[in-house]
Write a protein that binds this ligand. Sequence first.
Ligand SMILES: NC(=O)c1ccc[n+]([C@@H]2O[C@H](COP(=O)([O-])OP(=O)(O)OC[C@H]3O[C@@H](n4cnc5c(N)ncnc54)[C@H](O)[C@@H]3O)[C@@H](O)[C@H]2O)c1
Length: 412
Amino acid sequence: MRICVIGLGKLGLCTAACLARGGFEVAGVDADAAHVAAIARGETPFAETGLADLLAEVRGRLTVTTDTAAAVAASAMTFIIVPTPSLPHGGFDNAHVLAVLEALAPALAAHEDRHVVNLVSTVMPGSCDGVFVPFLERATGKRCGADFGFAYNPEFIAIGSVIRDFLNPDLVLVGQSDAATGAALEAVYGAVCDNAPHVARTALVNAEIAKLSINCFCTMKISFANTLGQVCEAVTGADAREVAGIIGHDTRIGHKYVQPGLGFGGPCFPRDNEAFIRFAADHGRDAELQRAVVAVNERQPGRVAERIVAAAFRAGRRVALLGLSYKPFTSLTERSQALDVAVHLATRHPELSITAFDPMARSNGLWRLSESLQECVRGANVAAVLTPWPEFREPGWRALLAEGAEVLDFWG
Ligand SMILES: NC(=O)c1ccc[n+]([C@@H]2O[C@H](COP(=O)([O-])OP(=O)(O)OC[C@H]3O[C@@H](n4cnc5c(N)ncnc54)[C@H](O)[C@@H]3O)[C@@H](O)[C@H]2O)c1
């Protein structure tokens, strides 16, 4: 079977490569001709763990093009994985998805087989039934559920482990226009996944709400852990990390995300919370718990920064910041809490001399960016671990700090 994947970005290219690894012929489409040409030349256009090797492995089964209509015409199923940028009011912009639907509609109209359109991009609940399906029915003259299938199949991968997460999901979530469409998606994941995940097949709107809910629940755990951290800091003898480790053994809670640290950032968690709050408001409801989750998170970089300032007053003004990316194994600093800490320090505390190092992120301007961890920490009075990169766990660099230096490991 041939599958078309439209949008070969951070999620789409990995998805296309994983589908090809599972034995499918994959036609990858992107609107960016230079990006397509780079992939066609065998280049890996961005850093993602395991992507270069996987692209080399599936080379014969993954072709790339800018021609949406031709790729859809030659495929049995189309995955759409284009951006849905956040809007100022918290919702997501459908413009890229609609542009893809418009481009593929003639091919869908002409398809003799019952083609399945599978939307992966994160969208506002209600968009599939309210916008995308009616758009396709109007544009093709066909009936969804009868003449073509429509699915909403969002991903829960994390940048830096996209391929591993895609191949080993806890959950495959499939919103389906009809049972045959859901079954077709389930069969694809059955062929592609290395594990045997739970496949949840449901109505399109339930899948849309579940996608946002999962990310909102994870971030609720994170903000709880940081609230715990805040309280324990004020209590003599209390250790938030130890308390968090204990409560995680209760299976109703679990260990994942129950760890005090810097809070959440990156391209998904913050905006999914804002979208959920917006979604609730659109329906006359106040998602007050989620508003609190966001408020705790937004205060966290300032709190962390002021702990670094206090340490600098005790130990000396040379501060080494370890980590700028929003999480390890990525160069992304989009809505990075680590970056917010660095900006807070640099803009509000000019008395500090700040050097930063990150194995991949290159954000610069307000501080000196070191080329190596060793260079960054040499002679520093305070070292703060802001992103939990594994190499910051190695103890060797601590010997390079100034005498009497303090190490603040916000993830340790
Ligand atoms: N990256 C993640 O971690 C992640 C996780 C879960 C969900 N998502 C969702 O997946 C979607 C895509 O995210 P991403 O991070 O891969 O985005 P991205 O910006 O990395 O890539 C998007 C790609 O789509 C291409 N594109 C845009 N319009 C197009 C069009 N009309 N036709 C063909 N190609 C087009 C762009 O050129 C780009 O290469 C978003 O809705 C995002 O919320 C992403």
